[in-house]
Design a binder for this molecule. Structure first.
Ligand SMILES: Cc1ncc(COP(=O)(O)O)c(C=O)c1O
Length: 509
């Protein structure tokens, strides 16, 4: 039986009540409950949404200084997720990662971070002036995939880290749903006096179903950020941060968030967090059961189709990972002789199906509480057609099957997220170690064409987006392997983000 208090949605209720009171507004937002909104917009979305697009008022509380319904809504979230304090975030998990690092690091402090972190972790280090040392995820050549860090690689890295490094940052699950073994990693790191921060952007649903991986909080994490908008009912940009008092000074965290967050938070986004929490806490298990059943059915169908291979739980457990979120379908398409980008394009252009992400070898499908059997069946059917080389009705034949796989292997052995070795690389190896990401980011710099920059130091974060994992970190030596890889991914249709915007193509700061 759900906790009866979790049916409450204090913020949303207060917003509706204020909107329905029809008080005359002489305050922001300037559209005055939709009366000043362009007609086409109102016509498309309807009028109600504008009547709850509110500003900070007594009736609906203040995010900067919550004492009323926002405080209550955040307390309900903390209770549902098992945190001491929860905070609503309006700039996604991005701002949460910035805040986590700024809360626990003073300038010059060090963090030990899994190298498959999102670029916002690096940005957090830049903002805080923290030094970084990395733990490399397993690159599995058979699965053609960068997985997550193992317990052993974390243990080795922690044991060899400089004593002043007191913060461990793990991303779990990763984009593909692969979880690190947090049940072992977190107690070990705590035993070494470290504070553990987990970027759980892809896991706001964990903890609400017994067959999903354990949540980071339930494994003892000190601070966790989740993109409520990515997987459950939050609207885009709406995320949550959860903290445990003890190793983290929650008052400092609240103060950091006040500095980083907007003073004009969207009440619509915050209401979506209030309602998403209510939904998970009261009927999450039922909804997630449905998503799991659909994903398991699709996985079976896809794995029964020649040319595709969808990642399974046993694949990740065998490789020292903690668990797999089965609602993510990471489908290796290399057996078709096509890239993930080509299959993604074919799904979109010929079958009107859009996937979350593609990489050279995979397409990634998110199955969530919003999916229906007919949607998932259409995906499976479309994949069958692509595998058969059959064009859809009126569509184009599938993309070329003459793809040279040797040309698209990621730069094995380099530090940019795709190393083969399972274990930490020496700090003085690829990382010059004498410049923090902040020093390198703000250092005097010049713009260099991508194909001319091998051997130089990057002062920019360069990622392939999605997933937004830095291929280049400020202060890191740019290797030829990475230059080649970025060029190839770009030529294949991947988006390289972080190249300087001076109009020339492929320019690195
Ligand atoms: C692991 C990870 N962390 C953080 C983020 C940033 O999250 P948001 O888009 O909610 O700011 C992403 C986005 O893709 C992500 O994949």
């Amino acid at each position: 039986m759900p906790d009866p208090s979790q049916y409450k949605t204090p913020l949303f209720d207060a917003m509706v009540s204020l909107a329905e009171s029809r008080k005359i507004s002489f305050h922001t937002p300037g559209h005055k409950s939709g009366k000043g909104i362009a007609t086409r917009f109102v016509k498309y979305v309807g009028p109600n949404i504008f009547s709850i697009d509110l500003t900070t008022l007594d009736e609906v509380d203040s995010l900067q200084k919550p004492t009323g319904v926002i405080k209550e809504a955040q307390e309900l979230a903390a209770k549902a997720y098992g945190a001491d304090r929860s905070f609503f975030l309006l700039n996604g998990t991005t701002v949460g990662n910035h805040a986590m690092i700024m809360t626990v690091c003073n300038p010059g402090d060090g963090i030990l971070a899994a190298r498959n972190c999102h670029k916002s972790v690096l940005a957090g280090a830049i903002l805080a002036g923290a030094r970084t040392q990395f733990i490399y995820p397993v690159m599995d050549a058979a699965l053609m995939m960068s997985m997550n860090v193992t317990f052993d690689s974390v243990r080795q890295a922690v044991e060899s880290a400089a004593p002043e490094i007191k913060v461990l940052v793990i991303t779990s699950p990763n984009y593909y749903g692969i979880c690190a073994d947090l049940e072992r990693i977190i107690p070990f790191a705590h035993g070494r006096g470290m504070t553990v921060l987990v970027d759980e952007a892809h896991g706001p649903h964990l903890g609400f179903h017994p067959e999903l991986p354990k949540s980071a909080l339930s494994c003892g994490a000190d601070m966790v950020v989740q993109s409520t908008h990515k997987i459950i009912g939050g609207m885009t940009q709406a995320s949550m941060m959860h903290a445990r008092a003890g190793r983290v000074d929650v008052m400092t965290l609240a103060g950091v968030l006040k500095v980083l967050q907007t003073t004009s938070p969207s009440y619509i986004l915050m209401a979506s967090l209030d309602l998403a929490r209510m939904q998970m806490a009261t009927e999450g298990e039922k909804l997630l059961s449905k998503a799991l059943t659909l994903a398991r059915w699709a996985r079976g169908e896809i794995n029964g189709t020649e040319g595709f291979r969808c990642l399974e739980k046993k694949d990740v457990l065998l490789r020292g990972m903690g668990d797999l979120d089965e609602t993510k379908l990471a489908i290796n398409v290399s057996g078709l002789g096509m890239t993930g980008y080509q299959v993604s394009q074919a799904l979109n252009m010929e079958h009107d199906i859009q996937v979350e992400m593609a990489d050279p070898f995979h397409v990634l499908v998110i199955v969530s509480i919003g999916d229906r059997k007919e949607d998932v069946s259409r995906l499976v059917d479309a994949l069958h057609k692509i595998a058969d080389g059959r064009p859809s009705a009126g569509g184009q034949p599938p993309a070329s099957k003459k793809f040279d796989w040797e040309q698209v292997k990621p730069p094995m052995g380099t530090p940019q997220g795709f190393p083969i070795a399972d274990g930490p690389k020496p700090i003085d190896g690829p990382q010059p170690g004498d410049r923090s990401p902040r020093e390198a980011f703000f250092a005097a710099h010049e713009l260099v064409l991508l194909d001319k920059c091998a051997g130089r130091l990057s002062s920019e974060i360069v990622t392939v987006y999605p997933p937004g994992i830095p291929m280049l970190v400020p202060g890191e030596v740019i290797t030829k392997d990475v230059v080649d890889y970025l060029s190839r991914v770009s030529a294949m249709g991947g988006t390289v983000d972080g190249l300087a915007e001076d109009g020339r193509i492929g320019v690195v700061r």
